[in-house]
Design a binder for this molecule. Sequence first.
Ligand code: GDP
Length: 415
Amino acid sequence: MAWASSFDAFFKNFKRESKIISEYDITLIMTYIEENKLQKAFSVIEKVLRDIESAPLHIAVTGETGAGKSTFINTLRGVGHEEKGAAPTGAIETTMKRTPYPHPKLPNVTIWDLPGIGTTNFTPQNYLTEMKFGEYDFFIIISATRFKENDAQLAKAIAQMGMNFYFVRTKIDSDLDNEQKFKPKSFNKEEVLKNIKDYCSNHLQESLDSEPPVFLVSNVDISKYDFPKLETKLLQDLPAHKRHVFSLSLQSLTEATINYKRDSLKQKVFLEAMKAGALATIPLGGMISDILENLDETFNLYRSYFGLDDASLENIAQDLNMSVDDFKVHLRFPHLFAEHNDESLEDKLFKYIKHISSVTGGPVAAVTYYRMAYYLQNLFLDTAANDAIALLNSKALFEKKVGPYISEPPEYWEA
Ligand code: GDP
């Protein structure tokens, strides 16, 4: 059946780390479609979507006072250190309890601040029991400068429980600065980074059997050093249905992150269209305003995922000492819904739908609600993602005091 192969072909476009549905579920759905058991196929799709939407994600972050744990937690949440609800930085740890920090945009994501094992005087096993280790998806152990034997023992205990941990060495920026200051002649950035990584790996390896996952990061700039690698590794290791919410929570501003978000949302939109396709015989006429209302909301959500909401744009503009309007001229999304030349929103949509039906062949009325919603969501998604990448590129260039660079619009832009 053509349907089954297009389903398979669609998901083949995505790499393991960005796939939000398991191979098992893909095979199951395809088998049902091939056997013409559509009801069953749709029940699986429904279940997959429910799992993706409701998947909770609990991240445990531990480390000794001063290592940069609070700063790392705020960074993961995209919360400024001076904002309300931020984990207090520069504070001496006094609590022996874990503290939950919800993600401000994603209610299913919670980051837990765990007291450093050294502060608690627990054995690693008692520590894990006390901290309710079974509730987390993974552990991040934060460390700076000197390696702590406690951390290695904790890592070992986590591994023995069959859980994942990631060792994060922070403050890499100040290590590099110091080396450069004190050894200006022999300074070699790559060498310094390698030495720090080897130092951590060797100490960890003394306690563990396997190659330990060590990531060098700077909380000052998470788009640099190993932070993007950490994000990719976490995505790879998470079960498929948790990848969606995690990729949306990513805060680093890199093209890879933007593409993870785009990939993840595209798959979700595709699954939703497959599900809706079963019921989709609703004709178009008269539904335009409903569609607009929902899609407008969807688009605003996409904008916020890609850091294009008004507040984020305002921050970038302030950073670069420019006005938001200077940025907006270069972006595509503000014009998607803008009303030019007396052309109403509805006229624009109809034009777009006509374009779709000229490509797909059917008369306008045959373009059903789900199909239109599918194409429009993809248009929004690509517009938002391309804008985010354009902004990233122009930001880098503005920072170098060169002119702005704006990527080419997607081909269907003129539709
Ligand atoms: P915590 O006690 O482990 O929660 O550590 P904090 O997050 O409060 O950080 C301790 C100090 O180190 C603060 O002054 C932070 O601003 C600073 N800090 C944290 N991470 C970094 C980093 O990656 N680079 C630099 N240069 N400073 C950092």
